[in-house]
Design a binder for this molecule. Structure first.
Ligand code: GRF
Length: 202
């Protein structure tokens, strides 16, 4: 399958996906890495490996204009699936609907717990035994789509949000390529059929 990755920052998850995608047995190819942040560090990693990159700053553009530019790049690269890896922009509802069932995201919590920001501090403050990461399908509602896979990370006595964040990243780098592989390998009808059936039943 042909996948594109959107990033806004360091792109360590993008790198994990990219290098897993370069293995001979991979079920997907990373065909595009795109960012709304021109100096996002992850872009350099992609360029070094000869992967096509695309940059479009969101500054000075409406959400719809920005999304249209990003979508044009997806279409030009014949992307089948879009993977969000630390992409710090909310996609417009229309965009998500057009790509329904074809966008995955990684979120640093054990969803449905701790949607949104500051997930590590919230997990520690709540006295949780574990934090973790979730790979989920992107729907118009933030961090609310079907969860495809999760990785758990133990919270120690002395944990700070920073130490926890570091270990959750290690877990994310293992989880994300596997979850993407599983999703793009599903028989077509099995991808997203769950959400549709549920919508119809409601
Ligand atoms: C990850 O922790 C991911 O869960 C969240 O953003 C972070 C991206 O980190 N959505 P990186 O840029 O992949 O290092």
């Amino acid at each position: 399958a042909r996948i594109a990755i959107f990033i806004s920052g360091t792109g360590t998850n993008m790198a994990a996906l990219l290098y897993a995608g370069l293995l001979e047995t991979s079920r997907y190819d990373v065909v595009l890495v795109a960012s709304n942040v021109p100096d996002a560090q992850g872009l350099e990693i992609a360029r070094a490996e000869g992967i096509e990159t695309f940059v479009h700053s969101h500054k000075g553009h409406s959400r719809e204009e920005h999304d249209a530019a990003m979508e044009a790049a997806l279409i030009a690269s014949e992307t089948e699936y879009l993977v969000l890896a630390g992409y710090m922009r909310i996609l417009s509802d229309d965009f998500v609907r057009r790509w329904e069932g074809r966008i995955l995201n990684i979120h640093p919590s054990l969803l449905p717990k701790y949607k949104g920001l500051d997930t590590f501090a919230r997990a520690i403050a709540a006295g949780d035994s574990h934090a973790g990461a979730s790979v989920h399908i992107v729907t118009p509602e933030l961090d609310a789509g079907e969860v495809l896979a999760q990785a758990k990370v133990a919270i120690r006595e002395c944990e700070t949000p920073q130490t926890l964040a570091e270990r959750v990243k290690y877990a994310e780098h293992q989880l994300f390529p596997r979850a993407v592989t599983d999703y793009v390998s599903r028989p077509y009808d099995a991808r997203y059929v769950y959400e549709r059936v549920r919508d119809i039943a409601l």
